[in-house]
Design a protein around this ligand. Structure first.
Ligand code: PMT
Length: 415
């Protein structure tokens, strides 16, 4: 069965250059089985024509609060939609929606719905980074609205930066997730999940550190996926949320910012004490300078001899003090003998799963939007997860975790 079969999707299009991509999005939503009703703002029609949407969508395009056959088109649209997706969403539409202002059919429909809403911002970087827009986005996230993108890349006028509309494929995925989350059982509902993300930074002096290439994308993908499935998530991270392509920002995530392995160890231990699931996706430094210099080291003083000491092994400590029923997932970033090295970590660190990451593989590992892993389970099974988005990798790993919890619960019942 098609993933959006029987679902009524209102496709809102507002006035930005990326409106041309909404045509492809409309076609893909229809291909996914959705009944698509386009709603265009006046601004949108400066970039795309309603005739195109009339031809591709399941119903004719609507544009006005007052000139449709229905005397109350916004409430009919809002009440009957299974999901409203706005792509592109301009700063104006985002601002109006956040403030509850219903000045046209699209913004009125957004306010007249209780269905999930997916907002896909697209605008110039200066606008996207303006504090007013950032505040409005934060307000919408707090209210449970799904935000997809924007991506970084080429913008109108040849500029480069954050603000490009996410791809139609990623937006369709987000709509499927939003509709699914609203209609299906949330299989992590009520669970407390702790995720670590990013690379730790071990200071050499006030301006230099020992670090690594971790972007935090894999960790945030776990946080988003778990929160999307109903979990309360704490992410202990060395980086702010990266802007990976198509990542949906979802509510239910608390971010604890840290820098060093020591700080990550402290914050994680505290958060993990009561957690049901812990995911150690961070790249934690194994060594740190014993005595970081208080002032910047000078070249003229020669090459410094930096004495190193081991950092706390966070995963091993969590494995040693794991509360009953908690599921602990570690990672292994490897460059050779991936399965053997990961198996050694699984046995040595007391984890229930190790996600083995060959960081030399193409399009996988550090900083990519995609990943390819082997999941080693403590029962000896190995689950390969082929190249896919980091969100989908997180989904595959969490599917194993949820199935494991269900199996443990039914074993207990049968005892
Ligand atoms: O952040 P991205 O750019 O998206 O990249 C993702 C990733 C490649 C960083 C991620 O997928 C990954 O592989 N993370 C683990 C990196 C790592 O530190 O691997 P490791 O093999 O050195 O460590 C094994 C496990 O022990 C890891 O779960 C690590 O978090 C943990 N560890 C390591 C050292 C230490 N002192 N304490 C730890 O807890």
């Amino acid at each position: 069965m098609k993933s959006l079969a029987g679902k009524r999707i209102v496709l809102g299009v507002s006035g930005g250059i990326a409106a041309y991509k909404a045509i492809e999005l409309c076609r893909r939503l229809v291909d996914a089985g959705a009944h698509v009703v386009p709603v265009l703002t006046k601004g949108a029609t400066r970039f795309v024509g309603r005739a195109t949407f009339d031809a591709l969508a399941s119903e004719r395009t609507q544009m006005s609060l007052f000139e449709e056959d229905d005397p109350i088109p916004h409430t009919t649209l809002g009440q009957t939609a299974d999901c409203i997706v706005v792509a592109p969403a301009t700063a104006r539409v985002i601002g109006a929606y956040a403030a509850g202002i219903s000045s046209d059919l699209l913004t009125a429909t957004l306010i007249a719905t209780r269905s999930p809403v997916v907002i896909c911002p697209a605008m110039h970087t200066e606008m996207w980074e303006h504090p007013a827009v950032a505040d409005n986005i934060a307000t919408l996230i707090e209210r449970g609205v799904h935000i997809v993108g924007p991506e970084s890349g080429r913008l109108a006028g040849g500029d480069e930066g954050a603000g490009r509309l996410s791809s139609p494929a990623d937006i369709v995925d987000a709509v499927i997730r939003a509709v699914g989350a609203a209609s299906e059982r949330q299989d992590m509902d009520g669970l407390s999940v702790v995720v670590t993300a990013g690379g730790t930074r071990e200071p050499i002096d006030p301006v230099r550190f020992i670090g690594n290439h971790s972007s935090g994308k894999q960790g945030y993908a776990f946080a988003d996926e778990a929160a999307g499935r109903g979990a309360e998530v704490t992410i202990v991270s060395t980086v702010d949320r990266p802007v990976p392509s198509g990542a949906a920002m979802v509510p239910g995530i608390t971010v604890l910012r840290v820098d060093t392995a020591e700080e990550m160890a402290e914050a994680t231990a505290e958060a993990a004490a009561e957690a049901d699931v812990v995911i150690m996706a961070a790249a934690v430094a194994d060594f740190r300078p014993v005595d970081p210099a208080g002032v910047k080291l000078k070249k003229r003083d020669g090459v410094p001899a930096i004495e190193l000491e081991p950092t706390p092994d966070i995963l091993a400590a969590l494995g040693a003090s794991k509360p009953e029923g908690q599921i602990l997932v570690g990672f292994a970033a490897e460059t050779c003998d991936v399965a053997d090295n990961a198996a050694a970590k699984l046995n040595g660190k007391g984890a229930d799963y190790i996600v083995a990451n060959d960081v030399t593989a193409e399009n996988a590992g550090f900083a990519y939007d995609t990943n390819e892993v082997l999941v080693l389970a403590s029962d000896g099974r190995i689950h390969p997860v082929g190249l896919r988005s980091k969100r989908q990798v997180a989904q595959a790993v969490l599917d194993l975790v949820v199935a494991d919890r269900d199996a443990r619960a039914s074993n207990q019942e049968n005892q």
